[in-house]
Design a protein around this ligand. Structure first.
Ligand code: MN
Length: 722
């Protein structure tokens, strides 16, 4: 009966073929898993073994040894059966023909999700070496993992790969070691997995800098003898002094691991002989006053190093962590680090993690995954309290595991952090302001996506730009970053202003020409007088006012030429102004009649909206024509290059596919369709379709209409105004 193999910790020989492969795992499971859970884990083992059959690791042993080793590490941390099963299967989807869906069917969705999470992390490669990038990459991994167990499986996976790294060729060994040092060891550190953190660090150090590792290891070993003696002496001295002051305390010491010694030497440019704080001490006492008493007595034992004292009891860290930290001059001037805290602080600090975390997700919305995570965090805390330093863990667990940020790649592999909900536009502005101002679309993971597409963790985003693209007011509704919002607002405002001023300048020139044909140079003094009289700050502002219709060009021109008010009844035609269609928002084409080049047009000066162009025969404007001050004669610039929207109405015989025929005919004629509206009457043999299409001018429109008339199903066809 194979299931007993996992349950039975006795030395009785295990049935083949499970025995030799899984012995390390079985011995870990018995003490903490239920028999039915063990049976499940065993089933996953058999499944994985069959899937990896015939595969071998680089070092030569059967592949199955790797997933078993990974699951064994997780079992040592007392992880739940789902995580153990996922660990056994973690390379199955990537390396064999088995799909994630099959895993879901066989072992349930939670396991499949875990395996999928690990595979996703495997596919992301860390490229850049900049320190800030490493930080973002770590956050991205944590954010992507969503379930902490994914990270734990990944860490165990990495740990086993590091332990067996010797079989890899040197180049790959270097890359994996560097990645471990910059990404995975710090993550382990944050999660409070101290022994793994230190082992990853030291293994990576050994492979990355084999010579330095060897030299330092030797030096530490040589120094260990006499220093241990020193440390023992210090610990005794501390205990004696506390006892002498009648302070009850537990004093513990701790040795730094090799790589952190090396890092200290690097950072402070110290030779090994000058790195003394390889050892630190923690003093745990019964209450707060005793903390200060203990501190005082230790400061009288060894002098404190100025500037190294921190009172986290009076001013706790943001996460609630409390302790007194001080560094003392020990015997022979050796610096000694001491942390003093109460038993309660020790406990509360660690339970505090869970409460912070619970608070953030709020109990009402605690979903299953989070509950799992929470349970796991609690078990992690138990491991924590056995293994010591939880400060890092406390500090980062909140921000990292459920961040309000997404992490995405630029095409060059740089990582950008953006707030959750950020879109392509936010990304573009985060990279560069000009990129934001010119963006038109994006490729997300090589797929074309619109500007409002929301970004997800791990996305690779490439922005597509156009030279004449500009921000649109509608962008404001789908950006979340302040930076993007501010830039869009700014551009819209200046764009509006500049375009209005440009139009105003043309309107003013036209008015000046009319009043004084021949010369239209206005003297500086006249401008100064105008600004003084009106109280407006600049010439551009006056021009923008004219463009916006807040001032009349003719009135400003009179003022500039000192002509005074016109005599009643004196009205002269202003002459016409040319319209190119490229004036921007200062000139708008009325939505009712949609004028196109070739149409006789007229301009309405609207307050705040600039010039609005209508066709002469637009039915909408008839009643407003009475006020001649508001209307300008305008004409088309013969060289307009723009495309203009125009409405056409087509009545077609109701027949399958007729819309497609009409649409393709429009496209054929070099136009594009902006909008389609179809009106159908029940039972009628005809349907009316309203198109908004883009044309260059009347000739173009005529050409399109002609070819549409040739379609047999088209019964009636007309342009719509008003
Ligand atoms: Mn693996």
């Amino acid at each position: 009966m194979p299931s007993s193999a996992f349950r039975d910790p006795s030395p009785r020989p295990l049935p083949a073929p499970l025995a030799p492969d899984a012995a390390s795992l079985t011995s870990e499971l018995g003490p903490y898993l239920k028999p039915e859970d063990i049976a499940q884990v065993e089933e996953a083992f058999c499944f994985s073994k069959a899937a990896h059959e015939g595969q071998f690791r680089r070092s030569g042993e059967p592949y199955i040894e790797h997933p078993v080793a990974v699951a064994t590490i997780l079992a040592q941390w007392h992880l739940d059966p789902q995580a153990l099963i996922a660990a056994l299967l973690h390379d199955v989807v990537e390396d064999t023909s088995i799909t994630n869906a099959e895993i879901g069917e066989k072992f349930g969705k939670p396991v499949a999700d875990l395996v999928d999470g690990v595979s996703k992390l495997d596919r992301i490669e860390f490229k850049t070496e900049a320190h800030a990038q490493a930080e973002n990459f770590r956050k991205m991994l944590l954010a992507m993992a969503r379930d902490v167990r994914v990270i734990l499986i990944k860490l165990a996976d990495r740990l086993h790969n590091m332990r067996t790294l010797g079989a890899m060729e040197p180049e790959k060994r270097q890359r994996i070691a560097r990645e471990t040092l910059e990404i995975y060891a710090p993550i382990a550190n944050r999660l409070g997995l101290n022994s793994i953190y230190q082992e990853l660090d030291d293994l990576a150090f050994r492979h990355l800098y084999p010579n330095r590792y060897r030299v330092l290891a030797k030096a530490v070993q040589a120094a260990r003898g006499n220093r241990r003696e020193l440390v023992g002496k210090v610990q005794e001295a501390i205990k004696d002094r506390l006892a002498h002051c009648k302070i009850e305390a537990t004093v513990t010491g701790r040795e730094k691991h090799l790589y952190s010694i090396y890092r200290k030497m690097q950072e402070k440019s110290l030779p090994f002989s000058e790195v003394f704080d390889i050892y630190g001490f923690r003093v745990i006492v019964k209450d707060v006053p005793t903390c200060y008493l203990a501190l005082g007595s230790l400061h009288s034992l060894y002098k404190p190093i100025p500037g190294k004292f921190k009172d986290y009891i009076a001013i706790p860290k943001a996460n609630g962590y409390q302790s007194l930290h001080s560094t003392l001059f020990g015997p022979f001037g050796t610096p000694i680090e001491v942390q003093i805290r109460t038993q309660d602080m020790h406990k509360i600090a660690e339970a505090g993690v869970a409460s912070h975390w619970l608070y953030k997700t709020s109990d009402a919305t605690l979903n299953e995954v989070q509950q799992k995570t929470h349970q796991w965090l609690q078990s992690l805390l138990e491991i924590q309290s056995e293994s010591g330093d939880s400060v890092e863990f406390l500090e980062h667990i909140k921000v990292d595991l459920f961040p309000d940020e997404v992490y995405v790649f630029t095409p060059k592999g740089k990582i950008m952090a953006l707030p959750k909900g950020a879109t392509v536009i936010d990304f573009a502005y985060a990279v560069h302001t000009e990129l934001g101002n010119r963006c038109v679309a994006a490729r997300i993971n090589h797929e074309l996506m619109p500007l409002h597409a929301e970004l997800r963790n791990g996305d690779q985003v490439e922005i597509l730009t156009a030279a004449d693209a500009r921000p649109s007011p509608s962008w404001l509704s789908y950006v979340v970053t302040g930076k993007a919002r501010a830039h869009i607002r700014h551009v819209l405002k200046t764009m509006h202003f500049e375009e209005s001023a440009a139009l105003g300048e043309r309107l003013l020139e036209q008015a000046l020409r009319l009043l004084e044909p021949g010369s239209h140079e206005v003297e500086e003094a006249s401008w100064d007088r105008l600004l003084r009289d009106t109280g407006v700050k600049s010439r551009r502002e006056i021009l923008a006012d004219i463009g916006l219709g807040k001032r009349l060009g003719i009135v400003v021109a009179r003022h500039l030429l000192s002509l005074g008010e016109p005599a009643p009844g004196e009205r002269r035609p202003l002459g016409s102004i040319t319209i190119r269609g490229s004036e921007g928002i200062a000139v708008q084409f009325a939505k009712c009649c949609r004028p196109i080049p070739g149409d006789p047009i007229i301009g309405f000066v609207s307050k705040d909206q600039g010039l609005i162009i209508h066709t002469h025969d637009c039915p909408q404007i008839k009643q407003f024509r009475a006020d001649p001050d508001k209307w300008l004669d305008v004409e088309w610039d013969p060289d307009t290059k723009k495309l203009f929207d125009v409405n056409i109405k087509i009545v077609v015989a109701h027949q399958r596919g007729v819309l497609a025929t009409v649409a393709s005919e429009i496209a054929e004629a070099g136009s594009s369709i902006d909008k389609i509206n179809m009106e159908e009457e029940d039972g009628s043999a005809y349907a009316t379709i309203l198109f908004t299409i883009q044309v260059e001018n009347r000739m173009h429109l005529a050409r399109i209409m002609r070819s549409l008339r040739k379609i047999p199903e088209v019964v009636r066809l007309s342009r719509v105004k008003g």
